[in-house]
Design a binder for this molecule. Structure first.
Ligand SMILES: Nc1ncnc2c1ncn2[C@@H]1O[C@H](COP(=O)(O)OP(=O)(O)OP(=O)(O)O)[C@@H](O)[C@H]1O
Ligand SMILES: [Mg+2]
Length: 389
């Protein structure tokens, strides 16, 4: 597409090690109440053209890491590299990056056109080229009719698109986003989420996106970096972090997880034989586990079967799965799915979720107080470390 041709940055030299790299970055803040280690030795490679999301709870260090990438903050130790050159000491305005903030920070007295053109004027780009480049982004961002309006005459979503247009028009190598959608209402957020992703794909600009919203991270990212307390817990595609969480923190932070205590019995090529819920079962061996681990299981992987007399049965293993009897204690109908809580005979609570389809009778699902067998398939159980070493 011609618009992409016009706007894309100069083709970058292929960099097998990634565009942007963080090596051994620590950040210690000195505060009145002592020193606070906000980042504890971060190593990360951001690949050319990818959309990488940094995800984690409030205070885990996401913004600090992004500000170090942008150059607004110096690492206490470690380096930032761009195309294999160390840029740790390069000031923010000399880095080929643009940051998009939560508050759009548009100039209120300038029109949409002037807001977008601002960075190009500062860079003394010729007038005709400015007009041409702004026109291209106006069209990509779906803002064509709005060029002469002031920011106050725009909706929240339109303001957000102007902020993004202003960042991409300068053709940065890397776009940095700090929770850019958190001021928008839920519906607009969803819409902007796909918009933003579409634009990023179209332009192919390497992007680092900070959020504490796991749904947003799952929906938008090529890869997700899950952080907790200044450390990286896992880096992976949305499927990897969801299906194969490396730690209990990741399993719990991304989606829901049942957590079962277990002990290791033996290891073989077939997997890990574990003792769980009073029986022995084979589960996949993720490797690198300590003695101390737990099993996690996604609610959608639990199968429930009606079972009138749980007290006669308890727990048994059948062909690679555990069948544990219990009683349904709670049922929540969520529209597209129903969520059930089952109490096993030993008191363990198991969450399960059943997704509905058009050709089934929802009344066939067990109800509150019904006896059930919770079927837990060994291959769906994942052994994880309870805490980071
Ligand atoms: N300038 C500073 N001085 C002292 N401590 C700071 C400073 N900036 C951040 N911190 C602390 O470092 C930790 C990480 O902060 P950061 O802003 O990176 O978190 P975050 O993951 O972006 O959180 P949120 O989701 O709330 O934005 C927090 O405990 C914070 O209080
Ligand atoms: Mg933050």
């Amino acid at each position: 597409m011609t618009t992409t041709m016009h706007l894309a940055a100069e083709p970058p030299a292929a960099s097998p090690t990634g565009v942007l790299r963080v090596e051994g970055v620590r950040k210690v803040f000195d505060t009145k109440r002592g020193r606070h280690e906000a980042l504890k030795s971060i190593d990360l490679t951001i690949v050319d053209g990818e959309f990488l999301t940094i995800l984690g709870p409030s205070g885990c260090g996401k913004t600090t890491l992004l500000r170090i990438l942008a150059g607004f903050e110096d690492p206490t130790t470690g380096d930032v590299l761009l195309d294999d050159a160390v840029i740790t000491d390069v000031p923010p305005n000399k880095r080929p990056m643009a940051m998009v903030f939560q508050s759009y920070a548009l100039f209120p007295h300038l029109t949409v056109f002037e807001n977008i053109a601002y960075g190009l004027r500062i860079a003394k780009v010729p007038k005709e080229e400015i007009a041409e480049r702004v026109d291209v982004v106006l069209s990509i961002m779906d803002l064509v009719g709005l060029a002469d309006r002031l920011p106050t005459q725009l909706s929240g979503g339109q303001q957000q698109r102007v902020a993004l247009a202003r960042s991409v028009v300068i053709r940065p190598r890397v776009l940095l986003f700090d929770e850019p959608l958190s001021n928008l209402d839920a519906r607009l957020r969803d819409q902007m989420r796909s918009e933003l992703r579409r634009i990023q794909r179209q332009l192919g600009i390497t992007s680092v996106y900070v959020t504490h919203d796991q749904t947003e991270a799952m929906a938008m990212s090529d890869r997700i970096v899950v952080m907790s307390e200044g450390r990286i817990e896992q880096v992976g595609t949305p499927t990897e972090v969801y299906r194969s969480p490396a730690t209990l923190f990741v399993a719990d932070f991304i989606g829901k997880a049942n957590v079962l205590n277990a002990t290791s019995r033996s290891r073989s090529t077939a997997g890990l034989t574990v003792h769980v819920l009073g029986v022995e079962l084979e589960v996949p061996d993720p490797g690198g586990l300590d003695e101390d681990f737990v099993l996690v299981l996604r609610p959608e992987d639990v199968e429930l079967q009606r079972f009138p007399s749980p007290n006669d049965h308890s727990v048994r293993t059948v062909e690679g799965r555990v069948e544990a009897a219990g009683w349904v204690r709670a049922v929540e109908y969520l529209g597209a799915a129903t969520q059930l809580t089952t109490e096993l005979l030993d008191g363990t609570l198991i969450e399960s979720v059943h997704h509905h389809s058009a050709h089934e009778d929802p009344t066939e699902l067990p109800g509150e107080g019904d006896g059930v067998l919770a079927v837990l398939h060994g291959h769906a159980l994942r052994a994880v470390q309870p805490l980071q070493p």
